[in-house]
Design a protein around this ligand. Structure first.
Ligand code: GAL
Length: 884
């Protein structure tokens, strides 16, 4: 009897354990050996997709995660953003875009794992590298070194996150998705600056993290001295030659930079997918086992979250999912194929302890993975099966090479890896893109239900503006409220603003005598205001008028000014555009002015204003009043703005607008504006700025050869960013409040609201392309009944969700030329191409067409034929138009 009760108790305890465990997976352990991360006892080859949750809205998360999974990701990776979770010391925030638990649960419910990089320093082009700005004010603090106040704060936050995850049962051993964590971030880059203290800090951080008992491995990236019990990992454009700091650790790649970030006034970086795929394939070829795309989805730096110096609001990153969550093609598709090919190799990759290396030529090499597997075999009798997978690389940047491998000849394109999941047939080549290209367009007809016809603006026809009713309110220059204070010195910007606003007004008064005026007149010189060093923007006002503005990163400013006899008011507006997020001694970096502020060319030499009496005012009056919210928008007396009004600086603008119908992502075109910030229904959509990228530097782009962020840029000579994402969930169908704060005199009448969508998709696949990857899993292939050579390649086209192929603009089976939106028939063309493709595709969301004579007939014997198609995608059904 007793034993029965004990048994029942045990059973009840077991049931309880299951009940409290996460509902996503059967609880599993995570460990590792020299070859791979081991999940539930099995080595795994893992593809990870970087998505930063606050760079999207919770409404976007499910789609982003689903598209990552469909693209072949096993893992989602994110940083944790301390500044968002603890905006005020001791007051935590885990809601809205910062609902970390919700995000992690969504990852789990999609059957994906999660790599949580707590940092809490994260870099990430995020304001102040993710540190809350109040951290600077902790007495005696020095960041990221062996400093007690810092370590206390860091430990408190990291512990808070680990405990939160544990309470929510989100670790793998609880049945949750979290398989790996990260402490610190690329500390190795700056460790040298801290001497012995830096080394002690690394050991402390590692021990502290592991001591929290999270029960999954911790990573330190770019940390050659990571202790034995912490994984070290590589970050970069290429990581195939990375060697972990211990023979017991696997080769991990926490950040594969698949694009790059952008600064105001910069061009837009693009990383060619052939090179990206090459880097990934090389990594797995040479023993890699975990690879994360930084970013798989970059998203948007909403509000004032973008880091610095001077990072733009978009964090598109040229990632496989664009800023709005739409597929960036062919990047997404070519990587999806790559992931499928790697997965085909996984049994062999994990079975072998290390690859066999074979030199195939001067710049050609193979790595072969062989082993025996027992797992997953459906033949009950066979004890094991031998598996073999091979990667053939040609690292020659210029020419293709014919190589002989295991008795067969293969032609390897330049700068490519060919993947042979059976050591015989090529399933994938990084240099041969079979995935479709997509052309995204801003739909200029994506109108709100109302047609706004601008009355006086005739310069662009057929452009519809967001509104023709605008009101304006002038922001005061200089002091505007009682909450100012005076100090006999130049105070450091962040010490005063605490980063509550980008703006800090410094005002002082100076007396100019008659004598001084005559001196300037007689000598034909004018006084200059000089600031030793300044970041990011300063605007200099004399007696209420703007004398000049300068922007830069710790630059000297010399501004000629016009003074009058008697008292002169000098107002300096210091502006930050994203705080520093990288480097040692961040807490000392500060913002605003450094050194001395002087008036030069005076009769008595320089007049030093540094120790004058300066009065400080933080932020804008409109910010304090919260003019951008529905509740407070009416707290000032707005004036009607006339379309022909002279542009004014430092003005607030307000209007109401209707949302475009449908479900496509919504963007504002702020190309007519200067610099400022914008809010929709109280949501801060980010900073905007009209800085233009340099005219030169956007040459043609060749995927071959090592990538660097300035290799393949676009948008030269154009404003860096004009489109600003307004997430759908922030909009209602009508009467949306748009408020802008404009510094330099932009024209709100020319703002447009549009939707963005994939409007054309193009594919180009030849008869000799590889068979579709899914065929490798076909039972007839696995049991040897059909051979790879019998399978025809396919061209696959797909519109975004809720869109269908409405027409086929071009189709030619033969020898077509050109590329998407510029396809032309060649000498050889099957006349039935258009009708066959139209029949297969029109009216569908996606379609596949076999590329062979069997489908089209043979239009030219003995010549390799290609099928090229361009299709137009349209919304499947226009759902719910905005009402008037
Ligand atoms: C890395 C850093 C990331 C990000 C990246 C550039 O060095 O770890 O957080 O800043 O550079 O996008």
């Amino acid at each position: 009897m007793r034993s029965h009760i004990a048994l029942l108790r045990l059973l009840a305890a077991a049931l309880l354990a299951v009940a409290v465990a996460g509902e996503y997976f059967k609880p599993f352990n995570v460990s590792y050996d020299h070859r791979a991360i081991i999940i539930d006892g099995h080595r795994r080859m893992l593809i990870s997709a970087g998505i930063h949750y606050p760079r999207a809205t919770p409404q976007m998360w499910p789609d982003l995660i689903a598209k990552s999974k469909e693209g072949g990701a096993d893992v989602i990776q994110t940083y944790v953003f301390w500044s968002g979770h603890e905006p005020v010391k001791g007051k935590y925030y885990f809601e809205g875009r910062y609902d970390l638990v919700k995000f992690v649960k969504l990852v789990g419910s999609n059957g994906l794992y999660l790599h949580l990089r707590i940092g809490p320093y994260v870099c990430a082009e995020w304001n102040f590298g993710g540190f809350p700005v109040w951290l600077r004010d902790v007495p005696g603090i020095e960041f990221r070194t062996d400093n007690e106040p810092f370590k206390d704060e860091m430990q408190r936050f990291v512990k808070k996150i680990v405990e939160l995850m544990r309470e929510e049962n989100l670790f793998s051993w609880q049945g949750g998705p979290i398989i790996m964590l990260q402490i610190e971030n690329e500390y190795g880059d700056i460790e040298g600056a801290y001497g012995q203290q830096g080394k002690d800090y690394v050991r402390w951080a590692a021990k502290m993290a592991v001591g929290l008992g999270a029960g999954v491995p911790w990573v330190m990236c770019k940390q050659v001295d990571a202790p034995e019990f912490i994984l070290d990992a590589c970050n970069g454009y290429y990581c195939d030659s990375f060697i972990p700091n211990s023979k017991k650790k696997p080769m991990l790649w926490t950040e594969n930079w698949d694009g790059w970030y952008t600064t105001w006034g910069g061009a837009l970086p693009h990383r060619p997918v052939e090179d990206l795929a090459f880097a990934v394939a090389r990594f797995f070829q040479r023993g890699g086992s975990f690879q994360n795309y930084y970013m798989y989805f970059g998203g948007t730096n909403f509000g004032r979250t973008s880091g610095g110096p001077n990072y733009i609001t978009s964090y598109d990153y040229d990632a496989p999912l664009d800023e709005y969550g739409l597929l960036s093609q062919p990047k997404w598709g070519h990587l999806k194929d790559l992931h499928a090919a790697i997965k085909l190799c996984e049994p062999a990759l994990v079975a072998a302890d290390s690859p066999q290396y074979m030199k195939l030529g001067p710049q050609q090499e193979a790595h072969v993975y062989r082993g025996n597997i027992t797992q997953g075999l459906n033949t009950a009798f066979s004890k094991s099966k031998s598996v073999c997978a091979a990667f053939l690389a040609n690292i020659d940047e210029h020419t293709a090479a014919d190589v002989k491998f295991l008795g067969q000849v293969y032609t390897l394109p330049p700068w490519s890896v060919s993947i042979l999941p059976d050591c015989r047939h090529v399933a994938y080549s990084t240099a041969k893109v079979g995935a479709q290209t997509s052309i995204k367009l801003v739909d200029l007809n994506s109108l709100p239900s109302k047609m706004y016809v601008p009355q006086r603006l005739t310069f662009e026809e057929e452009v519809t503006y967001i509104a023709n009713d605008w009101v304006t309110w002038k922001e005061p220059i200089g002091l505007w409220g009682k909450n100012n204070f005076t100090s006999p010195s130049i105070l450091e910007h962040l010490n005063v603003t605490k980063d509550k606003s980008d703006y800090l007004w410094y005002t002082t008064r100076i007396y100019i005598s008659d004598d001084e005026m005559s001196f300037w007149e007689e000598n034909e010189v004018s006084p200059e205001l000089s600031i030793d060093s300044m970041r990011d923007v300063v605007r200099i006002f004399i007696n209420g008028e703007l004398s000049g503005s300068k922007r830069g990163h710790w630059i000297k400013v010399v501004q000629p000014v016009q003074l009058v006899q008697g008292y002169n008011d000098i107002v300096l507006l210091s502006e930050t555009v994203g705080l520093q997020n990288y480097g040692a001694f961040l807490e000392k970096d500060g913002a605003g002015f450094k050194g001395r502020i002087k008036l030069t060319n005076s009769k008595i030499g320089d007049i030093d204003l540094t120790e004058s009496s300066w009065t400080y005012q933080v932020g804008l009056k409109g910010e304090l009043l919260k003019l951008y919210t529905r509740e407070k928008a009416e707290s000032v007396r707005w004036k009607k703005l006339m379309p022909d009004a002279t542009p004014t600086i430092f003005s607030w603008y307000k209007t109401y607008f209707d949302a475009p119908g449908g479900t496509d992502p919504v963007v504002l075109n702020l190309g007519s504006m200067g610099k400022g910030q914008a809010w929709v229904n109280g949501h801060h959509i980010g900073r905007y700025w009209d800085l233009v990228a340099p005219k030169d530097g956007c040459g043609t782009c060749d995927y071959r050869g090592a990538y660097s962020s300035d290799k393949c840029t676009t948008n030269c000579g154009k404003p860096t960013q004009i489109w600003y994402h307004v997430p759908r969930s922030w909009l209602k169908s009508n009467q949306n409040l748009l408020v802008m704060f404009e510094e330099t005199g932009g024209n709100p009448f020319k703002i447009t609201i549009n939707t963005i969508s994939t409007q054309s998709v193009c594919g180009q696949v030849s008869e000799t392309h590889y068979p579709p990857l899914h065929m490798w899993w076909h039972p007839e292939f696995t049991n040897g009944k059909i051979s790879m050579n019998d399978i025809t390649p396919e061209l696959h086209l797909q519109c975004e969700d809720a869109h269908t192929i409405s027409s086929i603009e071009f189709a030619s089976y033969g020898t077509p030329q050109g590329n998407c939106q510029n396809l032309l028939k060649g000498n050889c063309h099957a006349p039935n191409s258009l009708s066959i493709v139209s029949q297969a595709c029109q009216g569908r969301n996606s379609c596949s067409i076999a590329v062979s004579n069997a489908v089209f007939g043979d239009p030219c014997r003995g010549i390799v034929k290609t099928l090229a198609v361009e299709a137009v995608c349209s919304p499947s059904a226009f759902s719910g138009s905005a009402s008037m």
